[in-house]
Ligand binder design. Structure first.
Ligand code: P71
Length: 468
């Protein structure tokens, strides 16, 4: 079956409020057309992120009741430590409240100014944490990984030749570690193959540089390996994960994705000296090493989630649900990133709205229309998020891609919700010429996409801006 039905039934429901179009119009205007500023209870289907938005199982909820809230040495920590050792294989297990804290602890311990961290593509928070140490975050994904239409089964692969050149040029003194993000979120949730991990491992070995994984969506990545990579069809996803992590020296993890929890993360690694320094810092900024910024009950939910996520009926449904949305949109002719990734469908806004120049934020215009017309929240990953003014000319410099991400929370929405989303996007596509460009009315000097305010251009302004 290509799109298997939900392998769970519903025991608790959370009502969704549907507010009127007029009310949505008022709310988005009040928010300065910034979707992050719209209150979540006025949203019908919220596809802003798949992070921390999962539905926990009855087994996880039951785990909360056996939380041991002792300050030191709570039993849930030991359970959690043995789960992580079993699935990931790394000796030292350091819990954190979410992924970026694991990144921060690792990078502030091992990086110095002028260092370089290669990765397939750094996720925003990873890049920011590398740069915060005065180091450079260098993206070395294969060329196909930057082409929205390239049909490669493992578009998340890190290019071993590019890595070899970088390491030969920089030397191990300036590269304390190499990272691989599975799946590659910033490249469209695309997987990395085992063959690629082995090749990257060989290059790292030769240059004597450790390899770490950003493991957020490791189960989804290993599911793609089982489905697509020759030689892996007969292996379980858990076995594939163990093999993948065996080629590395450690990982950072935001359990808000494939840990199936609403909060939680960890850092796991083999090097005792790094682990000791990181643990000392953990005590300073997060908490005692057996809870690391979480309650005992959160650790229990995380251990249980890490095992549940490897259930192959769940993964077939999960990846199938995302693929189903992609297929409905492709069938209607919508331009999306293909192959569809593991956790989200990305719409190519430049091709969907060719009448809106990139300087008028077509991606954000689509995000605003999806909320206003249909109560759906998506997120722009394009000129608003990454565009910036050139320091010399003052001109806006736009990124290569202008995408709108529809990220699917795990086990939260039914196939009927997915159909509703597809029909809404298709309807907007049919009326695309009614959408107008936007302009910024306020922007902060840094990270403007979190606080900028915008307004819609009128027809005359849009036409004159286009003809310029
Ligand atoms: C996503 C997120 C969550 C997010 C982050 C920032 C703004 C909006 C939404 C988080 C990731 C990630 C990867 C590959 C590390 C983190 C940080 N992704 N690596 O995609 O995708 O984890 O949020 O637990 O700190 O919406 P954290």
């Amino acid at each position: 079956m290509r799109f298997p039905a939900e392998p769970f039934r519903i025991k608790v429901v959370e009502p969704l409020r549907r507010v009127s179009r007029e009310e949505r119009e008022r709310r988005i205007a009040k928010a300065g057309l910034k979707i992050f500023a719209v209150p979540a209870d006025s949203i019908y289907v919220d596809l802003l992120t798949d992070s921390g938005t999962s539905a926990m199982s009855d087994h996880q909820w039951a785990g909360l009741m056996v939380g041991d809230e002792s300050y030191a040495g709570n039993r849930n920590y030991f359970q959690f430590e043995s789960t992580v050792r079993d699935l990931f294989g790394y000796r030292h297990v350091i819990p954190t409240h979410q992924g970026r804290m694991a990144e921060n602890l690792l990078f502030s311990t091992v990086l110095k100014k002028g260092d370089v961290v290669p990765n397939n593509i750094h996720f925003d928070t990873t890049r920011a944490n590398v740069e915060h140490q005065g180091a450079e975050a260098r993206d070395l994904v294969i060329d196909e990984g930057l082409d929205p239409q390239a049909l490669h089964p493992f578009k998340g692969n890190l290019d071993p030749a590019k890595l070899d050149r970088a390491l030969a040029e920089l030397g191990r003194e300036r590269v304390p570690l190499v990272m691989i993000t599975v799946t590659n979120n910033s490249g469209g949730g695309q997987p990395v193959s085992i063959a690629n991990v082995r090749a990257v491992r060989e290059v790292c070995h030769r240059h004597r540089v450790p390899l770490f994984f950003d493991a957020c969506r490791f189960a989804e990545n290993c599911w793609f390996i089982q489905q697509r990579e020759p030689g892996f069809a007969g292996k379980s996803v858990a076995e594939i994960a163990r093999e993948m992590f065996s080629y590395g020296d450690g990982c950072t993890m935001s359990a808000k994705k494939d840990g199936l929890v609403n909060i939680g993360g960890f850092l796991a690694l083999n090097d005792a000296e790094w682990a000791e320094r990181i643990t000392n810092l953990l005590i300073l900024v997060e908490g005692f090493p057996t809870y690391g910024g979480l309650a005992g009950r959160d650790l229990e939910a995380m251990s249980r989630g890490l095992r549940e996520v490897l259930d192959e009926d769940y993964l077939a449904f999960r990846i199938g649900q995302v693929a189903h949305l992609g297929e409905l949109l492709l069938h209607a002719g919508l331009p999306i990133v293909t192959p569809v990734g593991g956790h989200a469908v990305y719409i190519d806004a430049l091709r969907m709205l060719p009448h809106i120049p990139q300087s008028q934020f077509p991606g954000q215009a689509l995000v605003v229309a999806l909320y206003r017309e249909y109560g759906i929240r998506a997120v722009e990953v394009g000129s608003l998020m990454f565009g910036h003014r050139d320091a010399v000319t003052g001109e806006i410099v736009c990124p290569k891609l202008e995408l709108v991400r529809l990220a699917i929370p795990r086990r939260v929405y039914t196939t009927e919700h997915i159909r509703y989303v597809a029909e809404s996007v298709i309807q907007l596509y049919r009326e695309a010429d009614r959408l107008r460009g936007l302009r910024i009315t306020y922007e902060a000097p840094v990270l403007r996409h979190f606080t900028a305010r915008l307004e819609e251009l009128n027809d005359v302004e849009a036409a004159s801006a286009t003809s310029r």
